[in-house]
Design a protein around this ligand. Structure first.
Ligand code: ADP
Length: 670
C-alpha cells in the first residue's frame, strides 16, 4: 500500500514538480499523491480520502491559508503528519505552524533530497503513530467486549434468578397441594370410613388446583408460541361476569372482604371465549381478594363505550409499589418475591391475563397506590359474529366443579382437646388445607393451637410456651426462619423444639433453618409417618432433658448449643435458689424477678425441662441440699431444716419423707 500524501499549494506548477521529483517512488507504488489548491479544497480531499497520512502544505494561499487549514484539522492533525512549506527564514510562520501541530517544515524553493529526508522521517513517525493507535483501539475494543460480556453475564444471571425464583415458587405451589393429596390418600387408606368425605373433598380440591396451575403454564406457553386457539360464542357478558364475580362471594366472606358489582347496562352482548374470559376475570378477582386484608372492598364495574367493553376490578388492599408496577405483567414476576410475601403465588396469573387480553385485541392497565389498593382496567373490543350460546354450558369441565380459588376456604376446626395431659403443639401455617391435613395426622396425640403467620406464631409461642412447634417457612409478615430465630434467642422459648415444614427443597434453605436452631426440617410433601417419627424423637429428647436436670449436680457438658443454653438456664436457676437457701421467705415471685421471666413463662419452661412446677423444683433443690447436709455434716435436723429454707422442722421432715420415703432422722442414722 502506497503512503498517501496530500500536497496543498496554490501554484498548479507544484503538482508537476512533485510528480517529477518523486517519479521513482510513484512508479514503485511507494507514494500516491493528492493535490489541493487551498486549505478548503484540502479539507474536502481529506473527507473523501481519510487514509491520507502525510500532508505537505504551503502557508500563503487564497480562500484558506495553511495555518487556518492546520487549525481546522484539529485532533486529526495528530493522526497525520503535516509538513509545512514556508518561505525561507519566515520564523513567525514556522513557529505558528509548529505550535499549531505541524510535524516539521521545509523551505521554498523545494530541495528534493531535503524533502525526501523529511518525508522519510514523517512516514516513520506515522507508522509508529498508527501502530500505537491500533494497539489502543484493540485495547479499547477488548475493554468494550469485556463490558459487553459482563452485561450479558449480568442479564443471564438476572434471568437465572427469575427462573430459579419461579421454580422455587412453582415447586412451593405444587408441593402444597401435593402434601394434602398424598397425606390424605394415606389417611383414607388407613381409616376409610372416617376420612371418606372430608378427605375426598380435600383431595379433589387440591388436585384441581394443580390441574389449573399446569393449565395456566401451558396456556402461557401456547400464547407465546402463537398456538392458542379460541372458541367464540355470543353471550350477555354482563350476566356471565357477574356470575363469575359472585362465585367469589364465599371466599371473600371468609376473609372478611366485601364484594361490590356495578354495571351501566342491563345486558351487553358480545363474542367471548367463556374459558378465557373466566380465566381473565378470575385472575383479577382472586388477586384482588388475595392481596387485601380484612375489611377491604373488591369491586367489579362494567361499562360500554361505543364498541368497547370496559371491566374495572379494583380493591382497597395492600397495593403495589410504584417501581414494581411496570413489571407485574411480566412472566413469573412477583412484586414481592420474599418468603414473607403477602400471599402464595407463581407470578404466572397476570402474565397469562395480559396475553389472553391481547389475544382478543384488548388492553389492560393498572393503577395502584402502595398501602391503598389497586385498580386493573381491561378494554375489550365488542364484536357480534358468533352464534348465541349459554357461556356456562360452553365452559370446559375444568371450571365446572368450582372456579379458580373461588371456593370457600374450609373453616379449620380444631378438635377440642379432651385430654389435657397431651403435649401442646403450636401449628404455624397459612394454608387451611395443610392445617386440616396436619390436624388429621396428629390431632389425637397433641393439643393443637394454630397461628396463621410467623408473627402470630411468635406471639402465641410466647404466650402459650407450647411443648412443640410445627411451622411453615413461607408465610406472610414473618417467615419460618424469623420465627425460629426469634424464639430460639428468647430465654422463655429457646427450649421449644421447632419443626420447619417447607416446600423449598433447596439445601440452602435447609441450612438456614438448622443454623437458626430449627430442630428438624420436613420438605413437603411429607409422609405422616415421617412427621410422627420426628415428633416422637423430639418428645424423647425432652424426656432426656428432664432426666438431665433431676440431680443437683451439674450435668456432663453437651456439645449441642440448645442443650448448653438449657444447662446454663438450669444452672443459673439452681444458683439463685442456693443463694437464698436459708431464706424461707424467698418465693417464686422473687425468683422470677431475679431470673427475669414472667411467672407463667418460667413455670412452663421449668415444667418442660424438669417435668416439675417451679415451686416443686425449688423444693426439690432444697431437699437434695438437705440430704447432702444430713450425710456430710453434724448439724442437727432442725438446723438443717432452717439452713435449707424450711419454715419449720416438722414441715421439713414431712416433705423429706414424702419424697424419699424415709424421715430425715432415719437417713441420719443410716
Ligand atoms: P401471583 O401468582 O404471585 O399472584 P400474578 O401474576 O397474579 O402472580 O401477580 C403478580 C404480582 O403482582 C403478585 O405477586 C403481586 O405482588 C402483584 N399483584 C397482583 N395483583 C395485585 C393486587 N390486586 N394487589 C396487590 N398486588 C397485586
Amino acid at each position: 500500500m502506497p503512503t498517501k500524501i496530500l500536497v496543498v499549494d496554490d501554484e498548479p506548477a507544484m503538482q508537476q514538480l512533485i510528480r517529477m521529483g518523486f517519479r521513482k517512488p510513484i512508479r514503485k507504488n511507494e507514494y500516491e499523491f493528492f493535490f489541493a489548491l487551498n486549505g478548503k479544497e484540502a479539507l474536502e480531499v481529506l473527507t473523501a480520502t481519510p487514509e491520507v497520512g502525510i500532508i505537505l502544505c504551503d502557508i500563503n494561499m487564497p480562500v484558506m491559508n495553511g495555518l487556518t487549514f492546520l487549525s481546522q484539522l484539529r485532533e486529526s492533525a495528530e493522526l497525520r503528519k503535516v509538513i509545512m512549506v514556508t518561505a525561507y527564514g519566515n520564523m513567525e510562520n514556522i513557529r505558528a505552524a509548529m505550535n499549531g501541530g505541524a510535524f516539521d517544515f521545509v523551505n521554498k524553493p523545494i530541495d528534493f533530497p531535503d524533502l525526501q529526508i523529511t518525508l522519510d522521517k514523517a512516514i516513520e513517525a506515522l507508522i509508529q503513530l498508527q501502530e500505537a493507535e491500533r494497539t489502543r483501539s484493540q485495547l479499547l475494543s477488548a475493554e468494550q467486549e469485556l463490558v459487553l460480556a459482563e452485561q450479558k453475564a449480568r442479564q443471564l444471571r438476572e434471568l437465572d434468578q427469575v427462573k430459579s425464583r419461579f421454580f422455587t415458587n412453582i415447586s412451593h405451589e405444587f408441593r402444597t397441594p401435593l402434601t394434602v393429596i398424598d397425606g390424605m390418600a394415606d389417611q383414607l387408606r388407613d381409616e376409610p370410613e372416617r376420612w371418606a368425605i372430608s378427605g375426598g373433598e380435600l383431595i379433589k380440591r387440591n388436585s384441581q388446583r394443580l390441574l389449573r396451575l399446569v393449565g395456566q403454564i401451558l396456556d402461557l406457553r401456547k400464547l407465546e408460541t402463537g398456538s392458542m386457539t379460541t372458541q367464540l360464542i355470543q353471550a350477555n357478558v354482563r350476566g356471565y361476569l357477574k356470575y363469575i364475580f359472585i362465585s367469589f362471594q364465599s371466599l371473600a366472606e371468609s376473609r372478611g372482604i366485601r364484594l361490590q358489582f356495578e354495571a351501566d347496562e342491563q345486558e351487553i352482548w358480545m363474542d367471548i371465549d367463556p374459558d378465557k374470559l373466566m380465566s381473565i376475570a378470575s385472575n383479577l378477582i382472586s388477586n384482588a381478594i388475595k392481596y387485601s386484608e380484612k375489611g377491604a372492598e373488591v369491586r367489579m364495574k362494567l361499562s360500554k363505550e361505543q364498541e368497547v367493553l370496559q371491566i374495572v376490578v379494583s380493591d382497597t388492599g395492600i397495593g403495589i409499589q410504584a417501581e414494581q408496577l411496570p413489571h407485574i405483567f411480566d412472566r413469573f414476576y412477583q412484586a414481592d418475591g420474599s418468603s414473607t410475601r403477602f400471599a402464595e403465588g407463581t407470578g404466572v396469573g397476570l402474565a397469562l391475563t395480559h396475553e389472553l387480553i391481547r389475544l382478543f385485541g384488548g388492553t389492560i392497565e393498572v393503577a395502584s397506590e402502595w398501602g391503598k389498593g389497586s385498580q386493573f382496567t381491561v378494554h375489550l373490543p365488542i364484536r357480534r359474529q358468533a352464534t348465541v350460546q349459554d357461556p356456562l354450558q360452553a365452559m370446559s369441565d375444568i371450571w365446572v366443579d368450582k372456579k379458580e380459588e373461588g371456593e370457600e376456604e374450609v373453616g379449620v376446626s380444631v378438635p377440642e382437646a379432651e385430654d389435657h395431659h397431651l403435649p401442646s403443639l403450636l401449628l404455624v401455617e397459612d394454608n387451611p388445607d395443610i392445617i386440616q391435613y396436619l390436624i388429621a395426622c396428629v390431632g389425637e396425640r397433641y393439643q393443637i393451637q394454630i397461628a396463621r403467620d410467623g408473627q402470630e406464631g411468635i406471639d402465641k409461642a410466647l404466650e402459650l410456651i407450647p411443648d412443640i412447634i410445627i411451622s411453615d417457612v413461607m408465610m406472610p409478615r414473618k417467615d419460618g426462619f424469623e420465627l425460629c430465630e426469634s424464639l430460639k434467642t428468647n430465654e422463655s422459648t429457646n427450649h421449644i423444639p421447632i419443626i420447619l415444614l417447607t416446600a423449598k427443597a433447596d439445601i440452602d434453605a435447609k441450612l438456614t433453618g438448622l443454623g437458626l436452631g430449627a430442630d428438624a426440617y420436613l420438605t413437603k410433601p411429607f409422609e405422616k409417618a415421617e412427621l410422627l417419627i420426628r415428633l416422637e424423637k423430639l418428645v424423647e429428647l425432652r424426656r432426656k432433658l428432664q432426666s438431665r436436670y433431676q440431680s443437683l449436680e451439674a450435668p456432663n457438658p453437651s456439645e449441642h448449643p440448645i442443650i448448653q443454653k438449657q444447662d446454663a438456664f438450669i444452672g443459673a436457676f439452681k444458683q439463685i435458689v442456693e443463694n437464698h437457701l436459708d431464706d424461707p421467705m424467698f418465693k417464686v415471685p422473687d425468683l422470677c424477678k431475679e431470673i427475669g421471666m414472667s411467672r407463667p413463662s418460667l413455670h412452663r419452661k421449668v415444667k418442660a425441662l424438669t417435668g416439675m412446677s417451679t415451686t416443686h423444683f425449688v423444693q426439690e433443690i432444697r431437699l437434695q441440699k438437705a440430704g447432702i447436709l444430713l450425710q456430710s455434716t453434724d448439724y442437727s435436723i432442725s438446723e438443717i431444716a432452717y439452713m435449707t429454707g424450711f419454715s419449720t422442722p416438722a414441715y421439713f421432715s414431712k416433705s423429706y419423707k414424702s419424697k424419699y420415703g424415709e424421715s430425715p432422722s432415719v437417713k441420719r442414722k443410716a
